[in-house]
Design a protein around this ligand. Structure first.
Ligand SMILES: Nc1nc2c(ncn2[C@@H]2O[C@H](COP(=O)(O)OP(=O)(O)OP(=O)(O)O)[C@@H](O)[C@H]2O)c(=O)[nH]1
Length: 375
């Protein structure tokens, strides 16, 4: 494995450099590599977390009927999208605790209230969050939603400047490409202009086009979650090294239950690669469930923290490895543990003659991951 990958890695601001180098050496199997030790593991503090408990909170906010509960139910509870038609309006804050490769919470807010009002315990709401997701219904009149969003961003910038704001321009299914790109641009410009007029920078605000009827909602959530993963820099470097050494086009590390990808290599990503990979994860995981890891649905709770189940199922069973040709491209999938699967797009040249090398490198990658995510 070449050292140039190490030099090409982007600067990693929030992770201890020595921990990163140890991980990469470990992957490269260099003689001077130490096993990453627990003391080397970076602390799991998320940008706005004061508790430092590694359990970031995602807030889902926006106007009534914009689609907040649907997003949470489809992504985290596998509710078929058409069934969201029957969801009742949310009348109180719904707090759910997700146990997966990392623990995080999703808070779904009723749409009609102003949570910056002093009558709310704003410290309780905003004091510990990882990201705020503001959902705008693109099929409805969105100007009021944009005005409320701007007020909230201004409030956050003055009081909680580290909070990441993610705007989901939602329900984009059924909109023509032209209409969608106009709507997207109008919303982005309006947010930007109003913030500039009031002397606030756009700062930590990003925009995503989403729909529960396609992959876009999972992709958007992936990008949000990635911002909260403290170890994202080393993970991306490791995947980039793996791709370079095994001649892979693209590699994704998936959280198999939510279909969120928690990291990918640093080569440019396109939605179709994500779609192929995510569909394949679904298919293979369905099959593997017959004899592989026992995965319960992501656990959700209301207000109580749910105790983590001890891992059950065939923990020590050999994890599934599949190499198959799909849509003209070979795909390689390996279950890394109960929560994560690595899926790699290999291109159209048969990689069967390299399979032993690929299995070996992926095995080393898997060992390294155990150090990063001990669970
Ligand atoms: N076409 C389309 N409809 C959606 C989408 N997401 C949600 N919906 C629909 O939007 C409606 C409202 O969804 P909810 O999830 O209840 O909205 P909410 O923001 O939680 O509403 P409140 O609880 O009242 O704040 C439902 O009929 C959903 O089926 C989407 O991506 N596309």
């Amino acid at each position: 494995m070449g050292d140039e990958n190490l030099h090409q890695s982007p600067p990693i601001s929030n992770v201890d450099q020595s921990a990163q180098q140890t991980l990469i050496r470990y992957l490269q199997d260099l003689p001077e590599a130490d096993k990453p030790s627990a003391s080397n593991a970076p602390s799991r503090k998320t940008p706005n977390s004061r508790a430092n408990d590694g359990k970031p909170r995602l807030l889902l906010m926006g106007q009534r009927r914009s689609g907040k509960s649907s997003i949470s139910s489809v992504v985290f509870h596998k509710l078929p999208p058409p069934e969201t038609l029957y969801l009742e309006t949310t009348t109180r804050i719904k707090k759910e605790y997700m146990h997966s490769f990392m623990d995080f919470q999703v808070w779904d807010f009723p749409g009609h209230l102003n949570y910056t009002d002093p009558s709310f315990d704003t410290e309780e709401i905003f004091g510990e969050i990882g990201a705020l997701i503001w959902v705008i219904d693109a099929q409805d009149d969105f100007f009021d939603a944009v005005t409320k969003l701007n007020e909230l961003i201004q409030y956050l910038q003055e009081n909680y400047p580290e909070i990441i704001v993610e705007v989901f321009i939602h329900k984009v299914d059924g909109l023509s490409d032209d209409y969608l790109s106009d709507t997207y641009q109008i919303i982005v410009d309006r947010v930007q202009d109003e913030l500039e007029d009031s002397g606030h920078p756009l700062g930590n605000v990003s925009f995503h086009r989403t729909s529960i009827y396609d992959h876009s909602i999972y992709e958007a959530f992936s990008k949000v979650i990635q911002k909260l993963i403290f170890e994202i820099g080393p993970l991306e470097s490791l995947l980039t090294t793996l791709c370079a050494n095994c001649k892979m086009e693209k590699a994704y590390l998936f959280d198999v239950l939510s279909k969120i990808y928690i990291a990918s290599d640093l080569s440019p990503s396109d939605s179709s690669s994500y779609e192929i990979s995510s569909e394949y994860v679904d298919l293979v995981v369905d099959i593997s469930e017959i004899y592989g890891w026992d995965r319960n649905e992501l656990e959700g709770g209301d207000t109580e923290q749910i105790e983590e189940d001890p891992e059950v199922g065939n923990q020590d069973a050999e994890s599934l490895i599949v190499l198959e040709k799909k849509n003209g491209s070979y795909l390689y999938l390996k279950e890394i543990n109960k929560y994560l699967a690595l899926i790699c797009i290999m291109g159209d040249d048969s990689p069967t003659d390299r399979k032993a090398l690929i299995d070996y490198n992926v095995g080393v990658f898997q060992e390294t991951l155990k150090q990063i995510f001990p669970r």
